[in-house]
Write a protein that binds this ligand. Structure first.
Ligand SMILES: [Zn+2]
Ligand SMILES: [Zn+2]
Length: 448
């Protein structure tokens, strides 16, 4: 066990810089694959602190690596910085944006998943771990991964394909939440876009000449809603229109597009369910005499837990948590509680970490894709009022609060402590790798 007070001090040395960076990224609020300002802000900080920064893939311009040290073990911190469309909200407010506050730049996007804290917390871990390596003259390498487009694109899946993780021994990550504990369970999630092509016509004068792509989308959605009765309880299916065919009811829409998220606990289950949804889309095209183009965008794989690493993370969660809060912070949080998942809770902030080894969630993460290939562990740290749901305006609103900053700095300390322990005792990395190989073999055996 490391001296966590020492790690806390190292993180604390970077406090002003980290808080400023997280708040700036909150303001930038850049959507998937457009995180140019957030990315360059992080790259500048890492360069200034002596990291070797590179953007190795021209097709992923907002993905980067920042490396320090040499040799094994090689430990990666996974950082994110993308915002969500439609989730802009004024900081600290329970009131919706006014025209004035929403009028500038990219203000339709907001950090409703807290990635301004996620990326900056991971960056803080990299800075503190680097300082620790210098102090203790340890060997090994740390890499901060700047990962784009976690939302709606599974950016890490493309980073894996591009070779970002080759030679990396361990990956560590975290996510802001209203509850602290491990984050080693996530639903697999297939993202598929269905583009229907029909024939346009005057909707009153010659409706018999038209073939509506919008009808096809609607029938597809009805079909999928009937499918719900016949899928496993844990599965989740949801959709959004990317193109509803235009704004004129008197023109039969020739084109329409609907974007699906199809989730299930295991990747194979999500893929099998996706095949059934694809068939419903084909059926809708047949019914409406249109055609459908099925564009399978990406798959978020389920998270493969690694108990060797989870035990290490739990040890340090216990050292850094629970956090304490002032009366003012409790009052701040209480304003957001009525809008969350636990509106009747008497505790405005959840100060009781969950130290259990397995925690079920129904969300998805592309850190799951990494966990299937590199031994990984992830955890959540409380950054918001009790019950605040991710992908919700209240998370955007609380993203620059002192509660959020406190959680982010604690996460940096936990990540840095775990990494530094592995640098000092590389046998942990070997053991974690052996565990991953065993789990991969078991999976292969189950398939055959
Ligand atoms: Zn999210
Ligand atoms: Zn997220």
């Amino acid at each position: 066990m490391l001296n966590t007070e020492e790690i806390k001090r190292l993180v604390e040395n970077h406090r002003p810089e980290l808080i400023q960076a997280a708040d700036r990224i909150w303001e930038f609020a850049e959507e998937r694959f457009s995180e140019f300002r957030s990315c360059s802000l992080q790259m500048d900080i890492l360069k200034n602190h002596g990291f070797a920064v590179s953007s190795p893939c021209s097709t992923l311009p907002t993905a980067f690596m920042a490396r320090y040290g040499s040799g094994h073990p090689v430990i990666g911190f996974l950082g994110e910085y993308d915002a969500l469309p439609g989730l802009f909200w004024p900081a600290d407010s329970i009131h919706p944006p006014t025209e004035a506050s929403a009028s500038t730049g990219a203000k339709s996007c907001g950090h409703g998943c807290g990635h301004n804290l996620l990326g900056t917390g991971a960056l803080g871990a990299a800075l503190a771990a680097k300082d620790y390596m210098d102090l203790k003259k340890t060997g090994g390498t740390i890499i901060y991964y700047g990962c784009p487009a976690e939302e709606n694109a599974a950016g890490k899946a493309f980073m894996i394909e591009a070779g970002f993780f080759e030679g990396t021994d361990i990956c560590l990550s975290w996510h802001p939440h209203f509850k602290s504990g491990l984050f080693n369970d996530a639903l697999a999630n297939c993202r598929v876009s269905y583009r229907f092509q029909g024939t346009s016509a005057h909707a009153a004068q010659s409706p018999h000449m038209g073939r509506s792509a919008l009808d096809a989308c609607e029938l597809m959605n009805v079909g999928v809603n009937y499918l719900r009765e016949h899928m496993i309880d844990e599965a989740r299916v949801h959709y959004a229109y990317l193109n509803s065919g235009g704004t004129a009811p008197n023109i039969i829409p020739a084109e329409a597009e609907v974007f699906y998220a199809i989730r299930a606990p295991r990747t194979e289950q999500a893929v099998a369910l996706k095949e059934r949804v694809n068939n419903i889309a084909r059926g809708a095209a047949l019914m409406t005499d249109t055609t459908v183009e099925i564009d399978e965008k990406c798959i978020y794989e389920s998270f493969l837990p690694n108990q060797t690493l989870d035990d290490l993370v739990l040890k340090y969660l216990d050292r850094f948590l629970p956090l304490s809060y002032t009366d003012e912070e409790m009052c701040y949080a209480a304003r957001f509680v009525p809008f969350g998942n636990l509106p009747d809770t008497p505790d405005p902030i959840d100060t009781v970490p969950d130290f259990s080894l397995h925690r079920k969630t129904s969300i998805s993460t592309d850190a799951g894709n990494v966990s299937q290939r590199i031994p990984s562990s992830a955890f959540m740290v409380n950054c918001y009022a009790n019950g605040s749901p991710l992908h919700h305006w209240s998370v955007t609103a609380q993203g620059r609060s002192s509660i959020a900053h406190k959680g982010m700095l604690a996460a940096a300390g936990i990540l840095a402590s775990c990494a530094c322990e592995i640098l000092l005792y590389p046998s942990v990395a070997v053991q974690a790798k052996q565990e991953l190989l065993r789990l991969q073999d078991k999976k292969r055996d189950e398939k055959t």
